[in-house]
Design a protein. Sequence first.
Length: 141
Amino acid sequence: MPFELIKEAKRLGVPVHFCPFNSELKGFYTGGRFPAICVNESIRTNVPLVRCVIAEEIGHYYTSVGFGFPRPYKIFQNQLEIIRGEDRAWRWACDRLLPVDKLQRAVRRGIYTPWDLAEHFRVVEEMVHFRLKVYKIKHVL
């Protein structure tokens, strides 16, 4: 269980709840007067995935403006705003769970394949791939 992230959310005044969802949604953040993070009960035992979901939802707390709960897209501009909000939250989560200095240290120690990095940092491989792509863009261009 990612207790460090749950404690961080609690410190921000954002409780984390595990709830049964009837969808493939892994989690969501609700802002406003009573902010909360809800994580799909079905992923509770997948620690890397739970860590990534909670970190992304905390990322929404820090990076989102307005209420961006996933909903059917009515207007293309709304779709773009939601995608950008998800991207900002995911980048925040990557920065939090895969900090550049620790990533570089791991690579110097011989941990460099995406699956080994995912295991080392206890995150999903998708996050490692995203982090490496963003790192290359930032540091090559």
